[in-house]
Design a protein around this ligand. Structure first.
Ligand code: ATP
Ligand code: MG
Length: 572
């Protein structure tokens, strides 16, 4: 979409900072996924903003894996996240890991303890939760809150040395148990995890920093200027600032190369939620593990790899994000808008071919030709976008529904009633009759053609009420066609009572065997490279919808996935 749009509120903040020379005019963002699952379209919203801001204002966007919980993280996820971002067409500056900072964060924790700003708590998580209080009632101080510094140091080191069992102790910041912001009521800074090795640091650490202690500091060590995240972190922002206050300005201790005045600022935008799907990693993982979908890249999944396999293009996904924009208000986006953007893109770019989903044979009894090749434009009316060869012969496949043995005069397609019908890109024919099997099912339709009516010749201008699709029998390819629909039967599965798995759409996948134009064969193995990344082969199957070649395709077996139907009700 090239239409002019006004600046979003984050861009306005960035432009103001640039005008005021904040952080010496440096713009640095980061995209901080936790490598504990696959990226979904919600993440793409964050990606488009983080990378988009950097691109637009000559800054840098780094990729930072927020890998502070070894129990859930894995290198498998690191690799897929990198692949998905590259496919979307974004380029990161550097790759960082929160685990790169474990040493510095540990030193900082020790410093906090020495300054009386942190203590080791031996209570159970339940006890700690009970003491938190409510927004209107102050919390209760832990009995360990006033431990001497020496004891805190010894215990924290014992935690790190593996001498304390997982779950037995935590390190808490000593802030204010009566603070109106619950996140200030002595938040946990460190916990023990010994049950799982870390995917990068192995068994080096037995204590791991919590999000609130790790995230702001990581931004700071890297030199991030604008730390953009989703709205649920807004209530964490004062804590983000509190931890930074301890090491910047007058408290500067040299942990950043940018001097005492530099500090990152957190800004929050609204999450993306889309109808008829779920966007939680936990629920997606459940669908995968219980084989309710075929995997993370099942074309019904809202994951980036799922959308890719469904036939979405990076252009369409990025246009979608532009369209919905960034605000401070949570909402739900109609899945129809997503489908609208992919149609808009493929309408312009996807070559059109014929595919017959429910074939019946058509025999043109007066056709004597041999080896005739007709020409079809990839996109009708745009010969500059290429053409394809369409072999024509006496025996063709047509859609069963395009023939009626007995039709009323509202049926304009084939019927042995003297009516003329055009075969797309070919000749005008008239049905003469049909043949049936013992059960009365039509097996063959018979017709005659008019040799002077060929498309592209003078006789080709003759009008008919209907044009039908066809595929020549001997050159046709057989294709497994997977007709996908929405994954859930209800608009907002997350908002319903009961088990979200009971709300799956039972008709989200139907498979048919279709006859497809042979011209597809030569294109299948010609990969499309964009930005150095292999892109999918997209087609419009005439009258059927937009389709993409599935990676299950082999030399013998063609598999096509339906991306979306042709009809667009969204703008109505
Ligand atoms: P979890 O915290 O449950 O693992 P998450 O979806 O928050 O899941 P992260 O890997 O932490 O996953 O997210 C990385 C970034 O993507 C964060 O900045 C987060 O705010 C952003 N993000 C995640 N989900 C959405 C969404 N639905 N819309 C917009 N941004 C999102
Ligand atoms: Mg998260």
């Amino acid at each position: 979409m090239e239409e002019e749009r006004s600046l979003n509120f984050i861009e306005q903040i960035v432009e103001k900072d640039l005008q005021e020379g904040v952080n010496d005019g440096r713009i640095q963002t980061r995209f901080p996924p936790e490598p504990n699952g696959y990226l979904h379209i919600g993440h793409v919203k964050a990606i488009c903003l983080d990378f988009g801001i950097a691109e637009k204002y000559n800054g840098i966007c780094n990729l930072r894996f927020d890998d502070t919980n070894p129990a859930k993280e894995d290198t498998e996820y690191v690799e897929t996240i990198e692949r998905d971002i590259a496919w979307l067409g974004f380029k990161w500056g550097k790759i960082f890991y929160a685990s790169d900072y474990f040493e510095q964060l540990y030193d900082l924790a020790i410093r906090f303890i020495k300054e009386g700003k942190a203590y080791v708590d031996e209570q159970t998580p339940e006890q700690i939760a009970e003491q938190k209080g409510t927004p209107t009632e102050p919390g209760v101080a832990s009995p360990y809150r006033d431990r001497p510094v020496e004891e805190n140091l010894r215990l924290f080191q014992a935690m790190q040395n593996g001498e304390i069992e997982e779950g037995r102790m935590v390190l808490r910041a000593k802030i204010d148990m009566a603070h109106p912001n619950m996140h200030f009521r002595d938040p946990i800074m460190y916990r023990i995890i010994t049950s799982h090795p870390h995917h990068r640091t192995g068994r080096r650490w037995n204590v791991y920093p919590m999000y609130d202690f790790a995230h702001g500091q990581s931004d700071y060590f890297e030199g991030v200027t604008h730390s953009i995240c989703t709205l649920e972190f807004e209530v964490h922002r004062p804590l983000y600032d509190y931890f930074l206050d301890q090491i910047t300005g007058a408290n500067f201790i040299g942990m950043s190369p940018y001097g005492p005045d530099y500090r990152p600022k957190q800004r929050e935008f609204n999450r993306l939620n889309i109808t008829y799907t779920v966007m939680s990693k936990r629920k997606m993982l459940q669908l995968v593990q219980e084989h309710l979908v075929a995997g993370w890249d099942d074309p019904r999944m809202p994951t980036v790899c799922g959308l890719r396999r469904r036939g979405y293009t990076p252009t369409a996904i990025r246009n979608f994000m532009d369209r919905i924009g960034y605000t401070k208000v949570e909402g739900m986006i109609d899945q129809g808008l997503l489908e609208h953007t992919i149609r808009e893109d493929l309408k312009e770019t996807a070559p059109r071919i014929c595919a017959i989903f429910d074939p019946v044979k058509l025999v043109i009894t007066n056709y004597e030709g041999n080896g005739e090749i007709l020409v079809g434009e990839n996109i009708d009316g745009h010969p500059e976008l290429g053409t394809r060869e369409m072999p024509f012969a006496r025996e063709l496949y047509i859609e069963r529904g395009d023939f009626l043995e007995e039709a009323d005069n509202k049926f304009y397609r084939l019927s042995p009633n003297g009516r003329e019908v055009r075969l797309k890109n070919a000749y005008i024919i008239q049905a003469t009759g049909c043949e049936k099997d013992a059960n009365g099912n039509i097996t063959t339709v018979f017709a005659t053609y008019d040799p002077t009516s060929k498309s592209g010749t003078e006789g080709g201008n003759r009008k008919t009420k209907a044009t039908i699709n066809w595929v020549e029998c001997s050159s046709a390819l057989e294709a497994e066609v997977r007709l996908y629909d929405r994954l859930f039967a209800v608009e907002n599965p997350a908002a319903e009572e009961g088990d979200f798995r009971d709300l799956l759409n039972p008709d989200s996948l139907k498979v048919v065997t279709a006859k497809v134009e042979g011209s597809l064969r030569s294109e299948l193995h010609a990969p499309i490279i964009q930005n150095g990344i292999e892109q999918e082969n997209h087609y419009q199957l005439l009258k059927q919808g937009y389709f993409v070649v599935d990676p299950d395709t082999t030399a013998e077996h063609l598999v096509l996935n339906r991306t979306c139907s042709l009809k667009d009700n969204y703008l109505k």
